[in-house]
Design a protein around this ligand. Sequence first.
Ligand SMILES: NC(=O)c1ccc[n+]([C@@H]2O[C@H](COP(=O)([O-])OP(=O)(O)OC[C@H]3O[C@@H](n4cnc5c(N)ncnc54)[C@H](O)[C@@H]3O)[C@@H](O)[C@H]2O)c1
Ligand SMILES: O=C(O)[C@H](O)COP(=O)(O)O
Length: 617
Amino acid sequence: MAAASSASTALISKQSITLKNRYINPSISPNSQLSLSSKLSVTPSISLFSHNPLRRLTPAASQKKFTVSASVDAKPTVLVAEKLGDAGLDLLKSFANVDCSYNLTPEELCTKISLCDALIVRSGTKVTREVFESSGGRLKVVGRAGVGIDNVDLGAATEHGCLVVNAPTANTVAAAEHGIALLTAMSRNVAQADASVKAGEWKRNKYVGVSLVGKKLAVMGFGKVGTEVARRAKGLGMHVIAHDPYAPADRARAIGVELVSFDDALATADFISLHMPLTSATTKVLNDETFAKMKKGVMIVNVARGGVIDEDALVRALDSGIVAQAALDVFTQEPPAKDSKLIQHERVTATPHLGASTMEAQEGVAIEIAEAVIGALNGELAATAVNAPMVPAEVLIELKPYVELAEKLGRLAIQLVAGGSGVKSVKVSYATSRAPDDLDTRLLRAMITKGLIEPISSTFVNLVNADFTAKQRGLRITEERVLLDGSPESPLESIQVQIANVESKFASAISDSGEIRLEGRVKDGIPHLIKVGSFEVDVSLEGSIILCRQVDQPGMIGRVGSVLGEENVNVSFMSVGRLAPRTHAVMAIGVDEPPSSQVMKRIGEIPAIEEFVFLKS
Ligand SMILES: NC(=O)c1ccc[n+]([C@@H]2O[C@H](COP(=O)([O-])OP(=O)(O)OC[C@H]3O[C@@H](n4cnc5c(N)ncnc54)[C@H](O)[C@@H]3O)[C@@H](O)[C@H]2O)c1
Ligand SMILES: O=C(O)[C@H](O)COP(=O)(O)O
């Protein structure tokens, strides 16, 4: 049972069992003894996004014991809620149970999601707060098989510690090609003329178009798709300008595109092509006011998102002649209402969100998202994470033991606080000889936060939601770097965690300046505790620890050691620190198993022991 409880409290720990790829089926009836340690592999990997599988159990069920043989499913479950390319599905099936259920109602999605570890969607599924709430903490990753993540409630995902990844590159060319297809089709009335011919008409004069060559195209949003549209439009002989508040001018210049202001783009363009994401800043960015700034007879292409245009205002602009034509792939509501004035407008060309729909793009997107989701389920940080910092794999490998140390220091420090929950201010100091831009501490801060919060709450904390959770609890974590001379071979010399304005269960953990202070370092890849308050110790953090303060006199180590031996508690490490001989000393004892209350009582009865505490690491 010890191993199970360590798994439930420490996801990043050399001893902890990372239940990677092993999933406990919450529906199994709780009855007999669970012995995870003998059944599951011990993996010393960083599992940043893995939820603690034990948390999937209902609160009542998690109190009880489970039969491991019947309850462990070796594969996670991935719900694919929209059509995904075969190559991606095959990849997913080699790793997970894949449930392809398309066209689910919101209610059906909420029901299914509690049985899924990952969800893959395209733009047609709204992944709302209710979906995250309904998952009961099981959903670890949402994969958006495409670019736009406006259909995923990112705030709710983050609050629930659920990683969101997308597939940002594989459909760029497809979207750009569709933009160009709409541009050329619109300028030559292809859709309208086609419908007319099919209706038995032959109206050559009615469908006279306009030429593109020499015309000015404003690309709004000069990102991946916008850039590819610009390149292709230049090939058609157009004069291309772009507006993008965040795009570097030299990237635009390199392909012969001039970056201009929003108003200049509107005022001078013959054609406007929209390629920005839908955000609060871009919602209805084309509206009555901005249409009024455009050249009369402008033509508009939208393969970005319907919401960037006020669709009623576009109808008015079409009717008044400001906008001569619009070609739209995306709509505020998809599918739009059949009687939508916009769709029915004779100068509107409409396609049903086809920008990414080429064979090539869909295969590429499917592989890109399958790899990202599998990586995330494996606890890797995804390069396409949308709601978490991206940490390169090599940095992760190097930081791994420090990540363990960080979490353990947080976990130990919070256990030293009398009462535990009144913690508002934590200061973390990193002693390092690395230059500031060569040491990414976000991961360490997240893990300290995890260590601080998880022992005193039921909140699951990971890299995704650590900052949010700290903020929500009013916990302010400040960081400082203590720059050391010397070789920056290892990323960190030590990490110190200080908790201010609290009382401690172990008064000796309070430093001269009045905070609870713990310091640790990594030795030979193993986290060690090296300072408690003002006392220097050196104890490996592989197991849990007992801290005792005693009168510094001969025989103390032997007496405490005898009690532990007599009570069958295995000591892994022991270290004594003192400020001066024959005053007081702090003994830090690493133990393999938690001592019983009887053991702690006997230690407390040793006359020279002044205070003592047991801490789970
Ligand atoms: N129709 C489709 O099937 C389809 C396919 C792919 C992409 N898209 C959509 O196209 C859009 C762009 O995709 P991408 O891959 O190029 O994304 P991207 O992130 O590479 O580019 C978006 C660009 O918009 C810029 N931007 C942000 N706010 C802006 C603002 N207020 N004004 C101007 N520019 C702004 C950003 O700086 C960025 O350069 C997304 O909304 C995406 O969902 C649609
Ligand atoms: O944002 C995107 O990637 C596109 O809009 C494609 O959406 P889809 O996956 O629904 O085709």
